[in-house]
Design a protein around this ligand. Structure first.
Ligand SMILES: Nc1ncnc2c1ncn2[C@@H]1O[C@H](COP(=O)(O)OP(=O)(O)O)[C@@H](O)[C@H]1O
Ligand SMILES: [Mg+2]
Length: 206
């Protein structure tokens, strides 16, 4: 309801409570991926902007207490509705909580880029990671790799599956970060001149 009052349209609207005390939310037409997968530069840009817009809409939400924003908490491609191929709305706010932009962004970057997938080149991932953070804006892109690792560590403490992803990221840390240093110089320019190749994988979100 807060998001709606702030003019953020990229989330289901609250429609009421049914007789079994369940929330009724609006249905957002479009496509929701079942798995992590292949996303173009334009799709990644939209995903990062969507998360940014959601965060911006929560900066004066009462629920955030002393925290920076309300985090989505599970901003993966599998909780995003694509309209005409463009990430357009976030769904599944079950894990929403008061927190920081950094934690939500690090987690989102990890899953949107599938960082830790051994089939994808680390330098290529480093470049896309920079682009993802630059697209979000207003964050320190030198902190991108640590933010991803922190998200992987947080989730690994709750379940075993992300351990391999975290180990891959730590192993490739230097290669991931090497490109970021260079990109710092032209980061503003890159927002308008994006044309990123897509990457394929096809691993499960679960
Ligand atoms: N508001 C919505 N609009 C459109 N599709 C939705 C909406 N909410 C859920 N879905 C569909 O239902 C699936 C499961 O919903 P989700 O809330 O993500 O549950 P889960 O906890 O199982 O991940 C989504 O992947 C999506 O396909
Ligand atoms: Mg979901």
């Amino acid at each position: 309801m807060h998001l709606e009052s702030k003019g953020f349209v990229g989330a289901p609207r609250f429609l009421g409570i049914d007789s079994a005390n369940r929330e009724i939310l609006s249905f957002i037409p479009g496509f929701v991926p079942d798995n992590l997968g292949e996303f173009s530069g334009a799709q990644l840009f939209s995903a990062a902007r969507l998360l940014r817009a959601m965060h911006d809409a929560t900066t004066n939400c009462d629920l955030k207490g002393g925290s920076e924003v309300i985090c989505h908490g599970d901003a993966s491609p599998c909780n995003c509705v694509f309209a005409d191929g463009v990430p357009s709305a976030l769904i599944d706010f079950d894990a929403a909580h008061a927190g920081s932009r950094r934690e939500d962004l690090g987690y989102a970057a990890w899953l949107w880029l599938d960082i830790g997938n051994p089939e994808t080149d680390a330098e290529f991932q480093g470049k896309r990671l920079t682009d993802f953070f630059v697209s979000y804006g207003e964050v320190d892109i030198r902190d991108a790799v640590p933010a991803v690792i922190d998200a992987q560590v947080r989730l690994a403490s709750r379940c075993g599956a992300p351990r391999a992803a975290r180990e891959w990221t730590e192993r490739n840390r230097a290669r991931l970060m090497g490109l970021q240093e260079q990109d710092l110089v032209s980061s503003e320019f890159r927002i308008d001149s994006r044309s990123l190749p897509s990457v394929s994988c096809g691993r499960s979100c679960g």
